[in-house]
Write a protein that binds this ligand. Sequence first.
Ligand code: ZN
Length: 344
Amino acid sequence: MTAPDVQIRAYPAPRCFLCGTEGAVLYRGLEDRLFGTPGKWGVRRCADPACGVLWLDPMPFPEDIGRAYQAYYTHAEKKRHRNPRLQKVFDSARSGYLAQRYGYPFNGNKMVEGLLGLLIRLHPTRRASLDFDVMYLPHKPGGRLLEIGCGSGKLLEFLKSLGWIVQGVDFDSRAIDRAREKGLEVRWGTLQDQRYPDNFFDAVVMSHVIEHIHNPEGLLRECHRIVRDRGQITVATPNAQSLGHRVFKSDWRGLEPPRHLQVFTAPALHSLIEKVGFSRTKLLITSRGAQEIYVASQAIRRKLASSKPNALDRAMAIAFQLTELGAGLVQPDVGEEIVMIAWK
Ligand SMILES: [Zn+2]
């Protein structure tokens, strides 16, 4: 499918949508390098250092933003081709780690899985990616879970296999069809459209969704309403203060104009989560995905159509991730991804 040639209408957005401070212009004339949506976009940064959030200026109108998604696939799933034996070892390690860390049941030999799980703990990005696989949720058989922006339901399918009763919402109807083929209960539209009852879910999760939403505060307020008392929400989103952004600047993959309407900093997301009423919070900044971010940002910088890396790129991507992990020891906010966990 090709991108539309119709311009997205937009309005000026000089002030921070969170704190009202005027933003300084950070970038001008950015284009959609991933899906070719027409238009040029600027990015502003909130001048209040305690906030520092980034946003698009001009800001696309909500009724037009769908045009930026016409060539975008939320239902595409990457297939991993691993050696079957290696895959088995990896699955055992995952099961061991999730059992020890989150109380999920072991799949096979408890001792073998337990030992492999302990090894995983030593590997910070592998660990972060397994934490992410369960969205940092402890085992709760029969617990009711909602994923906002579930795409074709890959995460929901896995969480369902671990005993969660899962539901999803998405506005990509093709992705919803794929999810339904897997027997998942998913609904089309916005979260607010669904009118879920108060205190309905034990957990609400969203992975790389909040940066696409016009009213993140309204979305989080609705999450707070539908999650039960002491229920958990987990929100993952790109980090505006990451090493990737510092290195690649306007070519950083995390900017993704015009689909990323805003890119959060950890303090800005934290204060928004508290503002909507979540009382207990835990903030994590991880380097999960740093290699992919490096490769994709490098492709944007070189104006390449595809981000297929060569051997040197792959080696540089590993070096980049290690640098980020090392830098994270002295400056914890440089990871590529913010994970905000909060309890009502
Ligand atoms: Zn601000």
